[in-house]
Design a protein around this ligand. Structure first.
Ligand code: BMA
Length: 385
């Protein structure tokens, strides 16, 4: 007994000396994600998210802390918080432009500030997810939306733009490695590169590369970030567009169980929910299909992006979104950014309610539902311990 007590004390001492990031503290019973050298906190998040899905789904919002419909860069502000009294549980951020050495991303968010926002959300117990609208090496003007066929092929090992692609990943690696919590530990990130891959609007989409090329791109990216750049704070999120009707369609470009931690899709509402229940029904079917795959493969699931622009339906949260998810067990649902008036689009562009918005009262009801998780809920869950 005394011996065991001594050993435990010794172990605790070692833990204190080496810090929480040391690999011997990794939970022996936990499953490892795609990156077998993932940091302790990343492995813990991966395992805790699996348990959390049984309790409810987290609510996420893109660029939540950076700006809202009527404000820009005011410390502590959040449209979601001003309506619900709580921050979202998941914070979405976007790296587009970082690969080209830009100081701000494609939506004007300075990477320096983004790093700070990521730290704030993480320190409060929230979860970070990151997307990447990488510029095409060919389409300087259209950026990620250039669909020149063969772009993916051109950045694969041995091809003309491969060295350039490595420099992009070098920039990303620097950013990921710079995300540190207050104890110096790397902040885990749900990385969702090459999103909506089954669509036809980005250079990595179905119309611009073969399934094989896409898989090689994915696997090389994982290999390069983890093995060559030693980035070990990422969980990898596979993300299709919202147009799939079968499991086969959803999986056509899936890069392999050993390269993916979470499967997800993006789906927005465009029709009038007062007149049509298509969004609810379709999302339900798709979550069913995705759920079956996830159960077979033991993967996490999410709705990577959703929303109804301007939310012109006062009870969209409880009548549409909540019903669309129903009883399905997913990790999170994230609504897109609250840009406010968008000069380029010539319209209001936002997906979360803000103070006094027509759907604010319903959002509070949605917040109060047992199965929706916001930041205070996930802080209690201690997802990184
Ligand atoms: C789109 C819009 C764009 C934005 C892009 C990347 O859905 O919000 O304004 O640039 O996402 O964040």
């Amino acid at each position: 007994m005394k011996m065991i007590a001594y050993q435990i004390k010794h172990l605790l001492l070692l833990a204190a000396l080496f810090g929480a990031n040391n690999s011997f503290l990794r939970p022996v019973t936990g499953e490892l994600p795609a990156d077998k050298n993932a940091t302790t906190q990343t492995v813990l998040l991966y395992n805790n998210l699996k348990k959390l899905a049984g309790k409810g789904y987290m609510f996420g919002h893109q660029d939540d802390l950076a700006y809202g419909v009527n404000w820009r860069y005011e410390n502590g502000r959040s449209d979601v918080k001003e309506v619900a009294g709580d921050y979202p549980a998941v914070y979405g951020w976007e790296l587009g432009g970082l690969e080209a050495g830009a100081e701000r991303n494609i939506d004007g968010v300075p990477f320096k500030k983004m790093r700070q926002f990521i730290k704030e959300g993480y320190e409060r117990g929230g979860v970070i997810t990151i997307s990447w609208h990488a510029r095409s090496p060919y389409g300087a003007e259209k950026g990620a939306w250039d669909t020149t066929h063969g772009t993916v092929a051109s950045i694969l090992p041995g091809a003309a733009n491969h060295q350039l692609y490595r420099t992009w990943l070098d920039e990303l690696a620097k950013f990921f490695l710079s995300l540190k919590g207050s104890k110096g530990e790397a902040i885990p990130v749900l990385f969702r590169p090459y999103h909506e891959l089954t669509g036809n609007w980005f250079w990595w989409c179905r119309n611009a590369c073969s399934a094989e090329q896409f898989k090689v791109l994915w696997r090389f990216t994982l290999y390069y970030l983890s093995e060559e750049k030693k980035v070990h704070n990422l969980l990898y999120v596979y993300n299709t567009a919202g147009d799939f009707k079968t499991k086969e369609e959803f999986m056509e470009r899936y890069p392999g169980d050993d390269a993916v931690d979470m499967i997800s899709f993006d789906s927005y509402q465009y029709d009038d929910p007062a007149k049509s229940d298509w969004f609810v029904k379709n999302t339900n079917v798709q979550l069913g299909l995705m759920g079956e795959i996830a159960a077979e493969k033991n993967k996490l699931t999410a709705i990577g992006e959703t929303g109804y622009e301007q939310i012109p339906f006062a009870t969209w949260w409880t009548e549409t979104l909540s019903k669309a998810i129903g009883e399905h067990k997913i990790s999170y649902v994230l609504v897109w950014r609250n840009h406010g008036y968008n000069q380029w689009m010539k319209k209001m562009h936002y997906y979360a309610p803000y103070k006094d918005h027509g759907s604010a009262a319903d959002f509070v009801k949605f917040y109060q539902q047992e199965n929706t998780l916001f930041e205070k809920d996930v802080a209690r869950e201690k997802l990184y311990e």
